[in-house]
Design a protein around this ligand. Structure first.
Ligand SMILES: Nc1nc2c(c(=O)[nH]1)N[C@H]1C(S)=C(S)[C@@H](COP(=O)(O)OP(=O)(O)OC[C@H]3O[C@@H](n4cnc5c(=O)[nH]c(N)nc54)[C@H](O)[C@@H]3O)O[C@H]1N2
Ligand SMILES: Nc1nc2c(c(=O)[nH]1)N[C@H]1C(S)=C(S)[C@@H](COP(=O)(O)OP(=O)(O)OC[C@H]3O[C@@H](n4cnc5c(=O)[nH]c(N)nc54)[C@H](O)[C@@H]3O)O[C@H]1N2
Ligand SMILES: [Mo]
Length: 759
């Protein structure tokens, strides 16, 4: 299979490589973000906009889901938050004239970077069947087209409704309400590709699929383990929390195949000290092989069991279930397997053990490095086992901390964006709105792609995101999308999903976080939930990018009226006029949101209840926190192969490319690079700077290819390689997913290097 997706602009993709720095942030970061922001927004708008980010009366940063503390700095954003804001608040515009000039074929031949650089969408656009160009369409006509296609389906289950993670609570609640009243649970979301493994593992073991720590817990921790995460780039404000914890005496273990600059040393741009010295964050760096984490945590658990006084037996007795089975299995863990799986040496693991035993309050943070593997769910369960042995759940300064990606991805799930909704949630919807929601489970992302591929789904609608670029197996996904009768995208910016369409397509442009949202009932605000279950208001101040935009809640309300007509039992017009009326309903349907409107009026918002954290109550099947004992797995590589992880550069937000540099890894002006350990690269015959094609091998014998990558000799763990997503999504087989969570295993792709066929 060869990819049809365009490569990044070859003329621009000429990587230059220098040794990576050993620290993150500080003054260069501030300068870099201001330059990018000013290119998009100009000087005055940059200043006005950035001062509103994450202030209590401002808007929630559309960057990541890291929480804001109670004391806010004047500039409570980071370099990458500033880039996310600039990307949205840009002064560049995509107008109907643009679409008249650029055919669909032209757009499909452009890189994602180019598409994003064209600016904000301004008008609804329609691609009629057989047309070569998108044409302007009125909002009412656009909704009528969707209604026509949805009504023509044999079953509501032939439609798929995707959600990305920036959508507000209000819009998400309305969206799932519309979709369920229409008649399906086909609500895949970006979470399916992201923290689904965390949700699966935590729900089963602790009874709540969310993190159990608050920001203050990190500040109070004795030990923080950061596994499979690159906060210097993806959650820069987390570094401030780690710095604060360190100042209070915490120690930090970093588990990662790559030495990431942010975790080495951090120069806080928001304190004078940060402009000079910087804090060394990591005390112990475990440079693990990709996919070795379950084995590592299993051995640590065995060693804890063997260490006098290391197990919190009172906690285990009172609050857990399954200890005996787990302990019997864990005692079988052996050094040889662990050293092979992890590539670590014995003294390093023994040092980690000493640090864990010495810590009363331990937090484990993780992100995509743990969630995107075949055995991701048992890996995260093993992390939970460790914390349970130590009694480190529901104790101040201790707990699980899955660090979420999109700024409201956690809130969207809380609002019911889920293909497998809990019966209690559906009961509450039914009681509140008087219709019977469908009970059968819907498609997640991977199943939705299969359904489109096989002709079982025919209409695809996306609330945000960039489905074709974010999903695995690009060629399969694009072919699946092209089989649809209608594809619809509610978006702020142009992306590849607008260029790879069904027979007909619609682009519905919407307001972003930064913009004022004026409805018939006056100026509105929306709410979001961060990675730690804090809910707060977000209020945009900028004038909308175009008078042709509608807000996400307004789009859902009008769409619902158009599709459901008089059949609907829901007061869509009232909801559109005044979002407080939506919050009143959320308060009655979603536990933890009682008195929503009153409590969200409080500056800074409120914290959702979390039974394990608040009262050491575990709403699991057994009523206790569950130990689990899965067999240890780790990727085994055929000779001459590498295990490729697909990850983010410093200049991107998922599929949105801000620029071609990855400053913290010393890479400039190019994205088609593959980082390989010098000894591995040399043994395979690839000198530094040589050109290679990446060929992924899947167990069914199929091969997938991405050509023209520059080999960069880089100090990653042996046997491992790293290259950027989404260029490498073409290599991730659709069927390569995590057990239980079905998350694409985009951090463990078996590849071989071949001398490049492209010049
Ligand atoms: N600026 C910016 N911010 C973002 C995003 C962005 O693209 N840009 N994306 C947002 C989203 S949606 C998300 S989900 C998060 C993602 O945040 P991260 O999870 O930090 O993102 P990745 O770039 O995928 O980095 C994965 C990290 O895990 C490590 N890793 C890979 N495999 C393994 C393994 O097997 N074991 C261990 N221990 N480590 C491993 C990699 O070396 C890397 O450091 O960031 C969010 N924030
Ligand atoms: N190989 C590989 N694949 C991966 C990953 C990986 O690590 N490796 N990571 C996975 C992860 S963690 C995630 S979360 C997914 C991300 O998948 P998605 O969430 O689908 O992708 P994004 O790139 O975040 O979506 C960007 C688009 O969202 C739209 N947008 C931005 N803001 C708004 C808004 O406020 N409203 C609306 N309606 N639209 C908006 C813009 O049009 C923009 O082009 O990708 C996954 N894919
Ligand atoms: Mo994510």
């Amino acid at each position: 299979m060869a990819s049809e997706a365009p490569r990044s602009d070859p003329a621009q993709d000429t990587p230059r490589v220098t040794p990576p720095p050993h620290h993150a942030a500080g003054l260069p970061a501030v300068g870099h973000s201001l330059r990018m922001a000013q290119q998009q927004m100009g000087v005055r708008r940059t200043a006005l906009t950035l001062l509103r980010v994450n202030q209590k009366d401002g808007f929630d940063c559309p960057g990541c889901a890291w929480p804001e503390g109670d004391e806010r700095h004047t500039a409570e954003f980071c370099e990458n938050g500033a880039k996310a804001v600039a990307e949205e608040a840009t002064l560049r515009r995509v107008t109907p004239a643009f679409f008249a000039e650029h055919s669909l074929a032209d757009l499909a031949g452009r890189s994602g970077y180019w598409l994003g650089q064209q600016g904000r969408l301004t008008q609804p656009m329609h691609l009629p069947a057989g047309a070569t160009h998108y044409e302007p369409v009125g909002w009412d006509d656009a909704f009528a087209i969707i209604a026509e296609e949805l009504t023509a389906l044999d079953s509501p289950d032939e439609a798929v409704f995707y959600t990305s993670g920036r959508t507000s609570n209000e819009a998400a609640f309305l969206y799932q309400l519309f979709v369920r009243e229409y008649g399906t649970n086909n609500l895949p979301d970006c979470s399916n590709m992201c923290h689904e493994s965390s949700g699966s593992a935590l729900t089963e073991t602790l009874g709540v699929g969310k993190g159990s720590v608050l920001l203050d817990d990190l500040h109070q921790a004795d030990l923080i383990i950061v596994a499979g995460q690159n906060p210097g780039t993806n959650h820069p404000r987390m570094l401030s929390a780690l710095e604060k914890a360190k100042r209070a005496g915490a120690r930090i273990i970093t588990v990662n195949p790559l030495p990431e600059a942010g975790m080495e040393k951090f120069k806080n741009p928001q304190s004078l000290g940060g402009l000079t010295k910087g804090t060394t964050l990591t005390d112990l760096f475990l440079q693990i092989r990709i996919g070795g984490d379950q084995a590592l945590f299993r051995l640590l658990n065995k060693l804890l069991l063997d260490t006098e006084g290391a197990v919190d037996h009172d906690f285990v007795r009172e609050h857990t279930h399954g200890y005996e089975d787990f302990a019997a299995t864990a005692r079988d863990a052996d050094w040889d397997t662990t050293l092979a799986a992890t590539g670590l040496d014995r003294p390093a693991i023994e040092e980690a053990l000493r640090m864990i035993v010495a810590s009363r309050r331990t937090v484990v943070c993780w992100a995509m490095g743990l969630t995107q593997h075949k055995h991701a769910v048992p890996t995260i369960r093993e992390v939970v086992n460790l914390l349970l042995l130590r009694g480190a759940i529901g104790r101040p300064g201790a707990g699980v901390c899955p660090v979420r990606g999109h700024s409201n991805v956690q809130g969207d799930r809380t609002m019911g964006i889920f293909e497998r909704p809990a019966p209690a949630f559906l009961d509450a919807l039914e009681k509140e709105f008087g219709f019977a929601p469908p009970r059968a489970h819907g498609y997640d992302v991977v199943r939705a792609i299969r359904a489109l591929r096989d002709g079982d789904a025919k209409v695809f609608l996306a609330m945000g995101g960039n489905f074709v670029s974010a999903s695995p197996d690009t060629d399969v996904t694009e072919a699946a999308m092209r089989r649809a009768r209608l594809t619809v995208h509610i978006s702020t910016k142009l992306n590849r999903s607008h260029a790879v369409t069904g027979a007909r397509a619609l682009i519905l442009p919407t307001l972003g976080r930064t913009e004022r949202d004026l409805q018939a009932g006056g100026e509105q605000f929306v709410t979001v939930e961060d990675s730690m279950g804090m809910v707060h208001a977000s209020r945009g101040r900028l004038a909308p990018a175009s008078p042709g935009l509608l807000s996400e809640p307004a789009i859902v309300c009008r769409l619902a009226r158009s599709v459901l007509g008089t059949r609907s039992a829901v007061p869509w017009e009232t909801f559109e006029r005044d979002y407080a009326t939506i919050r009143d309903r959320i308060a009655r349907v979603v536990p933890g949101f009682e008195d929503f409107n009153t409590r969200v009026a409080h500056p800074g918002g409120f914290t959702l209840p979390h039974a394990p954290r608040d009262e050491r109550r575990f709403p699991t099947a057994t009523g206790k926190a569950n130990f689990t004992a899965a067999p240890v797995e780790y990727p085994k590589l055929p000779a001459g192969r590498l295990l490729l992880q697909t990850l983010r550069s410093h200049d991107q937000y998922n599929t949105t490319i801000y620029g071609l540099d990855d400053r913290y890894r010393g890479i400039k002006n190019g994205r088609r690079v593959v980082l390989v350990h010098p000894d591995d690269a040399t043994a395979l015959g690839f000198p530094d700077g040589s050109l290679t094609d990446l060929v992924s091998e899947w167990r069914d014998g199929t091969e997938r290819r991405a050509d023209g990558f520059r080999v960069v000799h880089y100090p990653t763990a042996r046997g491992c390689a790293a290259a950027y997503y989404p260029e490498t999504n073409v290599l991730v087989p659709l069927d390569a997913t995590a057990d239980t969570s079905n998350t694409p295993a985009s951090k463990s792709v078996v590849v071989r290097l071949e001398p490049s066929r492209t010049p």
